[in-house]
Design a protein around this ligand. Structure first.
Ligand code: APR
Length: 240
């Protein structure tokens, strides 16, 4: 059975006004990633990390899904059970667009996690201010439900399963700095890369290999502008 694996990143939500991480003026240009998004940063300064995620949660409240979120939701509905969309994004814009099956590999911004019983619960767009209690065990040792550098990412097991089950791979708006989209693309005969920027593969040995060299199709456009072209390729692939 033909199945589609989608791996999305911050670029998917860029047109909704959410900053990416590594682009010009991206989040990691304005924050020290190891201070606000790593285990050692969390151990060193809970307040600073909590403040960082409170600000991102507040910023998310009035952001709306863009055309790419909506088309990917349609795709999920049209081919129910045959689309595995794994996102590195912690925003809720796919859910806001109506997605039921989206899998968050790096956690969810609008949830907190209990450090005592691991319960995950919704906090909406509210800032975490220390007054919260775990609805399951009553503990107050709570933190943002986001996977930080140096931490395990339990949902990554979905990546290998998706590669095994799928016949078409689509990478949207991810630089591949954290999840290596080139090695995934090598597992597929059919693949689409969507990114307005053409990127050289960063490795000591590589002089002039581009990420898109490993993809069947490269749509060098913003996510929202690339959907018609992507859907043509998808419908052709899913035809028989
Ligand atoms: N449409 C599509 N792609 C876009 C757009 C857009 N409108 N704008 C930017 N991009 C592309 C950029 O060219 C870049 O390749 O999106 C990519 C964003 O890359 P990163 O900022 O590195 O984000 P991402 O790949 O999602 O980061 C992975 O790193 O910091 C951690 O946990 C964080 O989940 C994140 C992970």
């Amino acid at each position: 059975m033909k199945k589609i694996m989608i791996l999305s990143g911050a670029g998917l939500s860029a047109e909704s006004g959410i900053k990416t991480f590594r682009d010009h003026d991206g989040l990691w240009e304005n924050y020290n990633v190891m201070e606000v998004c790593s285990t050692q940063g969390w151990i060193a300064d809970h307040k600073k990390v909590t403040k960082f995620y409170n600000e991102r949660r507040r910023d998310l409240e009035f952001k709306e899904p863009n055309r790419a979120h909506k088309v990917l939701c349609q795709l999920e509905k049209e081919y129910r059970g045959r689309v595995i969309h794994l996102t590195q994004n912690i925003d809720n814009l796919m859910e806001k667009a109506g997605s039921k099956d989206i899998i968050h590999l790096h956690g969810t911004l609008t949830d907190l996690r209990c450090e005592a019983c691991t319960e995950v619960f919704d906090i909406g767009y509210a800032p975490q201010d220390g007054s919260e209690k775990c609805p399951s065990c009553g503990n107050k040792r709570l933190r943002h439900n986001v996977v930080m550098f140096g931490e395990a990412a339990p949902e990554y097991s979905n990546i290998h399963q998706a590669i095994r089950e799928s016949t078409l791979f689509i990478a949207i708006g991810t630089s591949g700095n954290v999840i290596d989209i080139v090695s995934i693309a090598k597992e597929f005969k059919h693949s689409i890369l969507i990114d307005p920027k053409r990127q050289l593969i960063e490795s000591a040995f590589n002089q002039d290999n581009y990420i898109d060299d490993y993809f069947e199709h490269f749509i060098q456009k913003k996510a929202g502008e690339s959907m018609d072209e992507m859907m043509k390729i998808v419908e052709e692939h899913m035809k028989d």
